[in-house]
Design a binder for this molecule. Structure first.
Ligand code: FEO
Length: 399
């Protein structure tokens, strides 16, 4: 059975949800599933904007057929060639052999790399080119590295719809609710939207900033991303989030404590610090076990909070491996502008604190507080004063 939604008078969502996939990109857990959005415009010409992942191709084709009814498909605009959106291009060509494909030169090259021989079917476009489909005239805006080099976004000059590719997307299956104002977005979606952005596009902050700058010159009324809800109201809310995430500014003043603990002693110290901070009035504190929390969640939360405490046991005279993995993800994603405090632990040669400090020193615009703690196997009552000083130092740096 088809499942479509009307976006506006002549634009339809024909995408599909995947609730079966466990790991997006085979890395990131998606317990709430994911949607692959595709849109079709019924103008004098019919135009499809991107396709979907292979896993949901059948649903997508049924949706497209239901919207087109007895019309054929004239154009397919490919904003992004990553296979979660481009996997069904050949299926479209098989069913609509006269379809013309609009994409950038680089997208054409990538499509060839993936084995699509599109040849004469392709109309290559570049920054600023426009195309009329009848009533609707669209402009093509390149958006390299948001999230791949070939990416473009397409702006409908007639009604202010922006087909934004991966930008402004989110993890999470739609469950019938297409529009942001059909959800309690700030309650139910923002964490998955942040986790999607920070882990998938987080590394490319400057490129997202460049796209935001271009977008600020357009009169955008509706944002149609390739994943998650369509934005037709309160656009400023999400644009502000994107501005913060892509400039690596924290969303909130708060403390994220991440601990790596083998037998519970480092965990105990982390909880002691959390309690001390809350007692001193810093209520925006969250605590995570690095061994039990998938790194995509840790990254997302690290983009959210201004301060991070790393409490880490020493392992083989090195940083405990899951903590090192978290740090390496942080570095790979170009995270900046955070303040860190360190608690190390070790039974005969504590090293983790020194090594974490060195790691953070090699990152951009990271501040590590001078005050830290070194525990020998477990925290003792006599060290409570030191813990209080550490808490004071963190609170002082937040002000
Ligand atoms: Fe949703 Fe970069 O693909």
């Amino acid at each position: 059975m088809y499942c479509v939604r009307k976006v506006n008078e002549d634009l339809y969502w024909v995408g599909a949800n995947d609730n079966r996939l466990a790991l997006f990109e085979n890395i990131h857990p998606i317990p709430r599933g994911v949607s692959y959005n595709s849109y079709v415009l019924l103008d004098e010409k019919t135009v499809l904007f991107d396709t979907v992942d292979w896993a949901v191709c059948r649903q997508f084709l049924e949706n497209l057929e239901a919207v087109l009814k007895d019309r054929t498909l004239d154009y397919m605009v490919i904003n992004h060639v990553e296979p979660d959106h481009a996997a069904c291009i050949e299926e479209i060509i098989l069913r609509y052999p006269d379809v013309k494909i609009i994409c950038t030169e680089k997208a054409f090259m990538f499509l060839n790399q993936f084995g699509f021989n599109l040849g004469e079917k392709v109309e290559k476009v570049k920054e600023g080119d426009t195309k009329s489909f009848g009533k609707h005239k669209v402009a093509f805006v390149t958006a390299p590295m948001v999230h791949w080099p070939e990416v473009m976004v397409t702006y409908d000059t007639t009604n202010g719809v922006l087909f934004s590719a991966d930008a402004f997307g989110s993890f999470g299956a739609l469950g019938g609710k297409l529009f942001n104002d059909e959800t309690a977005f700030d309650r139910d979606w923002i964490d998955d939207a942040r986790r999607y952005y920070t882990n998938i596009v987080g590394k490319y902050g400057p490129h997202v900033q460049a796209l935001l700058k271009k977008a600020s010159k357009l009169d955008i009324k509706t944002i149609c991303p390739l994943h998650g809800p369509v934005w037709r109201s309160n656009l400023g809310y999400f644009l502000d989030k994107y501005d913060k995430w892509s400039s690596y500014e924290p969303e909130e003043k708060g403390v994220m404590i991440v601990y790596a603990s083998m037998y519970g002693n480092t965990e105990s110290a982390a909880n002691s610090l959390a309690a001390e901070l809350v007692e001193k009035g810093m209520k925006n504190v969250v605590v995570y076990d690095v061994s039990k929390t998938h790194v995509s969640y840790l990254i997302s939360e690290t983009f959210k909070y201004s301060h991070v405490v790393l409490a880490c046991v020493t392992y083989n005279l090195k940083i405990y491996p899951p903590m090192l993995d978290y740090l390496e993800h942080m570095k790979a994603l170009n995270l900046q502008k955070r303040t860190f405090a360190i608690i190390e632990n070790g039974s005969w040669a504590p090293q983790s604190g020194k090594l974490i400090r060195k790691f953070l020193d090699g990152m951009k615009e990271m501040t590590v507080l001078d005050k830290d703690m070194s525990l020998s196997s477990s925290m003792k009552k006599e060290e409570l004063d030191l813990m209080e000083e550490l808490a004071d130092s963190i609170i002082q740096s937040i002000k």
